[in-house]
Design a protein around this ligand. Structure first.
Ligand code: PRX
Length: 662
């Protein structure tokens, strides 16, 4: 057994859910959870049909629940029709929710704006009319490249309202990444802002859109709609670019939502995979929305009086499901934050929890770890300086949380009274998969515990056979679920190969993560990716993508291999081994070239992909058939002694050279 698996299996601290949480929770106690799991086991389709009827407003009710005839291209509720925006906004009109605050927006500089559900509906409708006036229609793809703002959510909801498929690109991605996504999606418009404000700085967004469009291949783009986030002017191309004010002028604040089929693609979201090309994960409307709404109720036990704050950016799946759709579908009040957790000081999150009386707080382990570090070096930013007693549930997502960080979160943020929901899920799953329920599941630090009812998660070996508890293996899901990925946009073959490999029978959804269940409770722990995907600060990065970026610097780089290594703060760090087209540099020259390559990767992909370590070699460790031995590189990156068999290595001497830090 590997050390990592062994160490997670010995964790024996167990935290039963607080009595108050059990009493008030929607799923109250383990017996209630088990009963729901049993219902799903006994009558799988009946279970999902019941939930979909109770939790989604259908303009045309569905009569078929699941169609498996073309598996793994599953269809859910396929003859039903609905509109996602109507399910988030219109359904609250005429109920007590209509005048409730939907969004509390806190800007980078601390300024706060609020909108009620009624006002948000009017804004979304008006923007939807503006999109239609530009000729954007049902089925068109629209890129959203926006900062965290109410307008970002309005843009997504407005697309959904008219049946356009949005593809949000995180504001930290480069012009090149943006261009690739525009081309792959065949998008007709880009919705963006002149600038974004982060940490007191004004950062250009429109300038990056201009750069992307100038790279060519983006002829499908007819419109660029620009939200003027700051008073600073930006370049505007006549005929193509228009400000929000211009397009909203004269548009009605009423817009009938366009009914779409349950399987209609609500959005495409690009994520990293095992090859150099990001995958356009395509999600449905009906199944996705059902799960966004339900998991708000189950995992976060959301109640009318709750103030929910998910810190994720709308550029990631967490920001789709738990900022743009889930909280609104559930009728919650949510906080949206424009800035960064460390500006103007590293107590900003705690200050905001106090200020907005946040009750359910959802963030990433990386953020927690960096704030622990900040609090340890500066008492003034320790959570104890703020009143956090409004909190009742804490959540984490995106990467494994180490038990120490879990305990700190539990003690210092949750005051030892808030259940922590460690939610395991992925861009592809649409919503939570394996997570504690706050009023039912006893929690164990570092474990995402048990699958939600209806989610048939399991751990198997390479042939797809079940592994006994206590033995590590590959995480799979044995049955489809409503919010699952439908396909990879434009590449159904890659979808099949990536997620439903034939070698495992073609029926199991392969998550791409390693996992192990403990013997006592059957609790799951995620041990990390088993493919060429890295998780840096909860952001997914493909090693091949970074390698492609490095070797595209053709004047300098001959060959590159990228691996991950553990990092205390960011979970994993990117480590690149590079062979140059010139003699191997050392000392200051090596540092200079490493900086140049980092900047290059930042420009090619985005700053999040910049390698932390870059090492230069005369060559890379290869087998006689020329295959790069990445497992050796992983050991070197970690600083471990090489214990693996190196007899198949063509050039063993290279290992010593690569082990030296430049
Ligand atoms: O490796 C797992 C890790 O994040 C991956 C999915 O990344 P992404 O699609 O960007 O979505 C992140 C937000 C849902 C997974 O394959 N991961 C996510 N949540 C957890 C996790 N690893 C351990 N524990 C988690 N709670």
């Amino acid at each position: 057994m590997s050390n990592a698996i062994e160490s997670v299996l010995v964790e024996n601290r167990v935290f039963p859910p607080p009595e108050a949480a059990v009493k008030s929770a929607r799923i109250s106690g383990m017996a209630a959870y088990q009963a729901m799991c049993n219902e799903a086991e006994k009558d799988f389709e009946g279970f999902w049909a019941r939930l979909a009827r109770d939790n989604v407003v259908w303009t045309k009710p569905f009569t078929k629940t699941l169609n498996e005839s073309n598996a793994p291209f599953y269809k859910w509720f396929e003859d039903g029709e609905l509109n996602a925006s109507a399910n988030c906004l219109d359904k609250h009109i005429g109920t007590p929710v209509e005048n409730k605050t939907a969004i509390v927006f806190e800007a980078d500089d601390g300024a706060v704006t609020q909108v009620t559900y009624k006002e948000l509906l009017a804004r979304v409708s008006q923007f939807a009319n503006a999109l239609k006036a530009q000729g954007i229609k049902k089925g068109d793809r629209v890129i959203v490249y926006m900062p965290m703002t109410i307008e970002g959510v309005v843009a997504m909801q407005a697309c959904a309202r008219i049946g356009a498929t949005h593809s949000v690109v995180f504001g930290g991605f480069s012009a090149k990444s943006l261009q690739e996504r525009i081309i792959d999606a065949g998008a007709v418009a880009v919705i963006t802002a002149n600038f974004q404000m982060r940490g007191g700085k004004e950062l250009g967004l429109k300038s990056i859109v201009d750069e992307a469009l100038a790279m060519g291949g983006c002829d499908t783009i007819k419109n660029v709609l620009v939200y003027m986030r700051t008073p600073t002017t930006c370049n505007m191309v006549a005929g193509r670019d228009k400000t929000f004010t211009e397009v909203l002028q004269g548009q009605s604040t009423e817009c009938k939502p366009e009914p779409v089929n349950a399987e209609h693609p609500l959005f495409i979201l690009y994520t990293s995979g095992s090859t150099g090309k990001p995958k356009g994960v395509q999600h449905s409307t009906g199944g996705y929305l059902l799960w966004a709404n339900l998991t708000m109720q189950w995992t976060f036990d959301i109640k009318p009086q709750d103030v929910f704050w998910c810190t994720a950016d709308i550029g990631w799946i967490t920001g789709h499901t738990y900022v743009a759709y889930g909280p609104l579908a559930a009728g919650a009040t949510e906080v949206i934050f424009e800035g960064v957790p460390t500006y103007p000081h590293a107590g900003r999150f705690w200050q905001m929890i106090e200020k907005h009386k946040v009750t359910v707080f959802y963030t990433a382990p990386t953020a927690i770890r960096s704030l622990i570090k900040a609090a340890e070096t500066d008492e003034k930013v320790h959570p104890k300086n703020w009143n956090l007693t409004s909190l009742r549930i804490l959540g984490t997502v995106g990467e494994p949380i180490n038990p120490e960080a879990w305990m700190w979160y539990h003690r210092n943020v949750g005051g030892e009274k808030c259940p922590i929901v460690d939610t395991f899920w992925q861009t592809e799953t649409g919503g939570h998969m394996i997570t504690p329920l706050p009023g039912a599941t006893p929690t164990v630090p570092g474990s995402c515990t048990l699958p939600l009812p209806g989610i048939m998660a399991a751990i198997v070996d390479e042939q797809g056979h079940d592994m006994p508890n206590g033995s590590g293996g590959m995480l799979v899901v044995k049955r489809p679920w409503p919010s699952m990925i439908r396909t990879i946009w434009g590449d159904p073959e890659r979808f099949k190969k990536s997620y439903f490999p034939e070698e495992m029978g073609g029926k199991l959804y392969l998550a791409g993560d390693g996992a192990v269940r403990d013997a006592q409770r059957g609790y799951f722990r995620i041990t990390g990716r088993i493919d060429d995907v890295l998780n840096v600060s909860g952001h997914r990065l493909g090693t091949m993508e970074i390698e492609s970026a490095l070797v595209s610097k053709t004047d300098l780089v001959a060959e590159a291999a990228v691996v991950g290594r553990p990092d205390d703060l960011t979970g994993e760090a990117v480590c690149a081994f590079v062979v140059l087209k010139r003699p191997r540099p050392t000392g200051d020259e090596a540092k200079k070239i490493a900086d140049e390559l980092r900047a290059w990767v930042g420009k090619e992909i985005g700053p999040i992909a910049k390698p932390k370590d870059i090492r230069f070699g005369d060559n890379l460790p290869k087998t006689r058939s020329g295959k790069i031995m990445r497992r050796l590189l992983r050991s070197i990156a970690k600083g471990d002694a090489i214990t693996q068999d190196t007899s198949t290595l063509e050039n063993p001497a290279i290992l010593e050279q690569l082990a030296q830090k430049s």
